[in-house]
Design a protein. Structure first.
Length: 928
């Protein structure tokens, strides 16, 4: 009876698969007392889909957890995640006792980067159907790493079985496990039996076809949840039947009511969604979460009750259905599945919540109602998330392989951009017809081997512009720029022309606005063939192209046309804090500011700027601050211009001028003025996180001194200027960090060059080694004091680059702040603190336990007319947060051991990062 039901299931699936699946997988699973799983599998395959030359390759992704150097382990490193690296051996997964037979003859195998197996096909078996018998034992990883594996109560299997790797376009690509989608399995017929010596509760993407038996045809490896107690709930009021684990179910208040709203909507867009039950796991959702809005506590959420729950379920169900039933390539075409599920989410919001703004119920509150961010449609905030990474010049083409993508692009930007292209491909007037065409396309591709998202173009009406299948758009970064031109005004009509850069035209909307209100909107579907649009001329109107970023666009500052004024195309709006760029206004932000140093005390004031949430081509800021100790006004200002290049290195050119004033001692003020040019770029492989920059600047410094200082000291450098050329490059990594700095300074009285190299390495045995080498020398030095000399213990900072709390202190707590620049020598017992000829320092550290490290250092100091002196020291470093918070406890220097006397605390040094830009890297480094 069981076999009969299984055959019926295969027959049912075959109606849509249109042919026998090229891979048939049968397995018996035996759960052992030690929680390992013995697998005895029987694999039948069609060689034309899998055999490459005389070789066959197989996935063994469970073995990806076995080492600290697997592709999976490296993917954890890329997002600064130490969990897998530091995991105990008992928490790692591995595959052992592996034997492979082809037609009953055992064959040897080799491993490619741990998680791919390679075997040779015996002669005469390259065209005939192949039968493999594969026996092995799975030691599952702890579930906390990827959401799959084992915990105390259950097993969750996905991508754990050993199955063949299919060919792509007559080539073979062995996809390693990098947390970037499922195995590319092709269409597979599964039949899996569990041992029945124990009572098991089994839930799966595969339907149950008997006691402890599941089977069916899928386009992606199934998830299987095994428990010793019942731990899932079935919802079958309507098809498809939805299965959820009780642990995730606790996050929902009324799941049945939510499903009653979500499922009927999805049936309008997804053909065949009711064919089989769907197992929806929390991990399915975590692969593509709702960024930001799901983190808001329920009592603070501005959105309607159940709104977030509906979006979570809708997006997860749609994505799971598309993954299981369509043989798209997760390495290259994941944008189709993620984009269409994101498109459905946005369509659902438009249908069920047509007037919902991003600010929700707070949108009418003051001051939220003043902000563009609070007033935009809920769906429009997604476009700004995509625009954010473009603004950082770190966007990547949709047709990029998944392992090449930044985490931000993989998780956030690409699904949104793909959804935007779907939306542009499905115009409102043809929406019902195109929806029907999409469902026909889905049925044609349902469980079809080698299906491609690009087959969609044959199902869309030929008369429409469909960016979602245009390879020119999908394979390029598309820094689109729309502009409006007033061609003529005649008979009360404004005739406008839309221009767009690039070789292909995107549909774009043009709006006629007055104040914050849109009076009329029109679409231009192809700005190359028909770029013209006209509106009735009305008093006080202006025109905006792409007002809500419904079309992808990089440069939006020139989207407004005011027929009456070119200089003041938009009125100025004054706001506190910051906001998104608006088509209705030019923003002036007034933001409270405060900082602290020992001489000004708390300096508070306001910043006046146009710097919004995204960088602009032209930016300015003026920040006057009142010094509470000196009772005077200090502050800073900057004006700069940004240019983003489209070259391989993503060069950004910034130039401008900035200045600052602050007290550096009692009643002593410095003022700087700096014109500059900065060129920065990245490695074409963004995941290497390799950045480099050139800075050309001329810093003018003027200083005024307290009368007591003037009376007691001869001032030799009250005012000076320094030309500075600096090159920096760095590779950011939690496990393999390196940076270099080369610096040239030219002034009337000196010329000096210096360089620094820093390196940090975390080895597989958890030993962490770090080293920093600094070397500097004067080419010319006509000074008569040490003001411009190299600092042994830290920089003199005559260019005022560093945020020092007490820059003029020679004793006390604030003098103990350590800046890792120039010598950065921790030990205090040096004969001279400065070097006026040359300086070399080397510091190293090795970890002892977690953040506790032992450091050693050596310095060679050379002064004019004197012999070189050598210093050394060692101690303990508490590396609490590398580069942000570190404490140095000296133990020994060249004069002997340091006594732990009452004044020992005065010898302690600390690194403390106070700048917001520095601290923000802690939270963004996992994404880009």
């Amino acid at each position: 009876m069981t076999q009969f039901r299984y055959l019926l299931l295969l027959l049912f699936s075959g109606i849509y698969a249109q042919e026998l699946p090229p891979l048939r997988f049968t397995a018996d699973l035996d759960i052992q007392e030690d929680q390992t799983i013995k697998v005895s599998s029987h694999v039948e395959l069609s060689p034309e889909y899998f055999v490459y030359g005389d070789s066959l390759y197989l996935y063994d992704w469970n073995h990806s957890y076995s080492s600290k150097v697997t592709p999976l382990a490296k993917s954890f490193r890329q997002v600064f995640d130490r969990r897998l690296h530091l995991a105990a051996e008992k928490d790692r997964g591995r595959t052992f006792d592996l034997r492979i037979k082809i037609n009953d003859s055992e064959v040897p195998y080799s491993r490619i980067e741990f998680d791919i197996l390679a075997i040779k096909i015996p002669p005469g078996n390259k065209t005939d159907p192949l039968t493999l018998n594969i026996d092995y034992t799975l030691y599952l990883p702890d579930i906390r790493f990827t959401g799959y594996g084992k915990d105390k109560e259950s097993f969750i299997l996905k991508n754990q079985f050993i199955i063949p790797v299919p060919k792509e376009d007559e080539r073979l690509r062995a996809h390693h496990f990098r947390q970037r989608g499922n195995q590319r399995s092709g269409i597979v017929s599964y039949y899996i039996r569990f041992n029945d010596t124990k009572k098991l509760f089994i839930e799966s993407d595969l339907p149950a076809i008997g006691t402890h038996q599941i089977g069916g045809v899928l386009a992606s490896p199934p998830a299987i949840v095994v428990n010793y107690t019942e731990n899932a709930t079935h919802f079958n009021n309507q098809l498809p039947e939805i299965i959820m684990t009780n642990a995730w179910l606790a996050d929902f208040d009324n799941i049945e009511a939510t499903l009653d709203r979500v499922i009927p909507f999805l049936e309008n867009y997804l053909a065949g969604i009711s064919f089989r039950p769907l197992l929806i796991l929390e991990q399915d959702y975590k692969e593509r979460p709702l960024v930001g809005i799901d983190d808001i506590p329920a009592f603070l959420s501005p959105y309607p009750s159940k709104f977030i729950e509906e979006l979570k379920l809708l997006k997860t169900i749609a994505r799971k259905y598309l993954q299981l039933n369509f043989d798209s390539n997760p390495e290259l075409e994941q944008f189709y599945i993620d984009g269409f599920s994101q498109y459905l989410l946005q369509e659902y919001v438009s249908y069920q919540y047509p007037n919902l703004s991003f600010g929700g119920k707070f949108a009418s509150w003051w001051p939220v109602k003043k902000y563009y961010l609070g007033q935009i449609d809920f769906n429009h905030h997604f476009q700004w998330l995509d625009r954010y990474i473009e603004n950082k010049n770190s966007d990547q083409p949709l047709l990029s392989r998944s392992n090449q993508l930044l985490n931000y692009n993989w998780q956030i930007a690409h699904p949104i951009r793909s959804a935007q292209l779907f939306d542009l491909s499905i115009s409102d007037e043809n929406k019902l017809a195109i929806r029907s065409d999409l469902k026909s396309y889905q049925l044609s591709q349902y469980l079809k081997p080698g299906a491609s998202a690009f087959d969609l173009k044959w199902y869309l009406p030929s008369k429409i512009n469909a960016p979602i299948v245009d390879r020119r758009i999908l394979s390029n970064r598309n820094h689109v720029d729309f502009k409006l031109h007033l061609e003529q005004q005649r008979s009360g009509i404004d005739f406008l022309r839309v221009s767009q850069n690039g070789a292909y035209a995107l549909p774009v909307k043009v709006a006629q606005m007055t104040g914050d209100s849109i009076l009329e909107e029109k679409w231009v579907y192809n700005s190359n063939r028909q770029p013209y649009v006209n509106f009735e001329n009305k008093p006080g109107v202006r025109y905006v192209v792409n007002p809500n970023l419904e079309s992808p666009e990089f440069k939006t500052n020139n989207n407004v046309l005011n027929p009456r004024s070119k200089l003041f195309a938009k009125p100025i709006k004054i706001l506190p804090f910051t906001d998104l760029p608006s088509a209705a206004h030019n923003n002036l932000f007034i933001t409270p500011q405060a900082n602290y140093n020992l001489y000004d005390g708390v300096a508070a004031g306001f910043s006046f700027s146009n710097q919004g949430l995204l960088n602009k081509p032209t930016e300015f800021q003026i920040t006057p601050l009142y010094s509470s100790k000196e009772n005077t006004v200090i502050g800073n200002f900057s004006v700069l211009r940004n240019n983003w290049m489209m070259d391989r290195n993503r060069t950004r050119v910034s130039y401008g001028i900035f200045g600052a004033s602050q007290h550096f001692n009692k009643n002593s003020l410095y003022t700087t003025l700096t014109p500059f040019i900065r060129l920065s770029g990245q490695d074409p492989d963004l995941n290497k996180r390799h950045r480099n920059s050139w800075m050309f600047r001329y810093r003018l410094v003027s200083r005024s001194f307290d009368d007591e200082i003037v009376a007691s000291t001869t001032l030799t450098n009250p005012d000076y200027g320094v030309l500075n050329i600096r090159h920096e490059q760095s590779t950011q990594s939690l496990f393999d960090f390196q940076s270099t700095l080369a610096d040239l300074q030219i002034s009337n009285s000196f010329i000096k060059v210096s360089g620094a190299i820093e390196y940090r390495k975390l080895f597989t045995n958890n030993t962490q080694l770090s080293a920093r080498l600094f070397a500097g020398a004067f080419i010319k030095n006509n000074t008569n004091d040490d003001y411009f000399s190299f600092g042994v213990n830290g920089p003199n900072d005559y260019l005022y680059d560093y945020n020092l709390i007490g820059r003029s202190e020679s004793s006390g707590f604030f003098s103990q702040q350590l800046v890792r620049a120039e010598g950065a020598f921790v030990s205090e017992k040096v004969n001279r603190e400065f070097a006026n000829k040359g300086l070399i320092t080397l510091s190293t550290a090795i970890n002892l336990y977690r953040f506790i490290e032992m450091y050693t250092e050596i310095a060679i100091q050379k002064d004019l007319g004197q012999n070189a002196e050598i210093y050394h020291g060692s101690g303990i470093r508490l590396n609490l947060v590398p580069d942000f918070l570190e404490i140095y406890l000296p133990v020994h220097h060249q004069k002997g051991y340091i006594s732990f006397s009452e004044d020992y605390l005065s010898k302690v040094r600390f690194v403390l990062a106070l700048r917001f830009e520095t601290l923000s890297r802690l939270f963004t480094r996992t994404l880009f």
